[in-house]
Design a protein around this ligand. Structure first.
Ligand code: V07
Length: 258
């Protein structure tokens, strides 16, 4: 009796702490995964370190997650690196954050190129410091011929503003006679958003136990699976990503069998 119970448990649930890439269904890998990388400051505080130490540690996580994403065949990984709200943080912290793209790329670009990764940026670039933009543009340029994972950094991104910006551009095109009002539909709207080149995310991950969407991809996540973990972003690792994908696959399997 007991034996039967245990046997069933094992059969249903692979040990989720020891997932392997081969435990995933290769035919159902999410194409586009988006991540809210939360909890860097709290991770640092818990260790008695300054917040910026958490941000720096968070860059190491990006490296690992991008490698695994590429390995399992995710096509697009969109990372929320800096929101339009983040300007309200202390000036010192903002300045530090604005140095991170350059620092990250100085350390990682060669390896990203080796791994055939395409670096992209999504956000409103006017307000970004020149040295930040230059570093990102250089990486985008150097990787634009690559055909592997698209590593898409949301930098100075805010979804409500993205939607307003889209509406303004649509109105401009209507007034200029390029399109008619009746042509405005979901497909057209998609073409005016910053994500126009990408399919909607299949899976959105938020770390650090917060459950909010925080102005990230509001239009695009209408049908996206949401996955949350209590881990702080610097603690998130290969195992965490495999687990998120594994659960995503369980959900879509249940949905598919209805
Ligand atoms: C930032 C480190 C990771 C944790 C989350 C917040 C802090 C990588 C980048 C980056 C951005 C663009 C790019 C290459 C790298 C980054 C900011 C903050 C502002 F092309 N990490 N990271 N940018 N954090």
């Amino acid at each position: 009796m007991l034996k039967g119970l245990f046997a069933k448990k094992k059969e249903n649930g692979l040990d989720k702490n020891k997932l392997n890439i081969k435990d995933l269904d290769p035919l159902n890998i999410p194409k586009h995964v988006a991540i809210i990388m939360d909890g860097n400051g709290r991770w640092a505080k818990q260790k008695g370190l300054p917040r910026i130490a958490g941000h720096r540690e968070g860059m190491k996580t990006i490296r690992e997650v991008a490698r695994v994403a590429n390995e399992v065949g995710i096509k697009i990984l969109t990372l929320y690196a800096f929101s339009t709200e983040n300007w309200k943080r202390p000036q010192d912290e903002v300045k530090f954050l604005m140095d991170l793209p350059q620092e990250f790329l100085r350390k990682e670009l060669d390896e990203l190129i080796e791994q055939n990764v395409q670096v992209k940026m999504m956000g409103f670039d006017q307000q970004l410091p020149e040295h930040t933009l230059n570093a990102v543009h250089e990486a985008v340029e150097k990787t634009k011929q690559n055909t592997g994972l698209i590593l898409n950094f949301a930098l100075n991104y805010g979804s409500r503003y993205e939607i307003i910006y889209a509406i303004r551009n649509i109105v401009d095109d209507v007034l200029a006679g390029n399109i008619s009002k009746d042509e405005i539909d979901e497909k057209l709207m998609n073409q005016y958003l910053l994500t126009k080149s990408y399919p909607d995310p299949d899976l959105l991950i938020r770390t650090s136990g917060e459950l909010r969407i925080s102005n990230f991809l509001l239009w695009q996540i209408a049908y996206t699976e949401l996955w949350y973990t209590d881990e702080f972003w610097p603690e998130f690792n290969k195992q965490s990503l495999l687990q998120a994908i594994y659960e995503y696959q369980q959900r879509s399997r249940r949905f598919g069998s209805l």
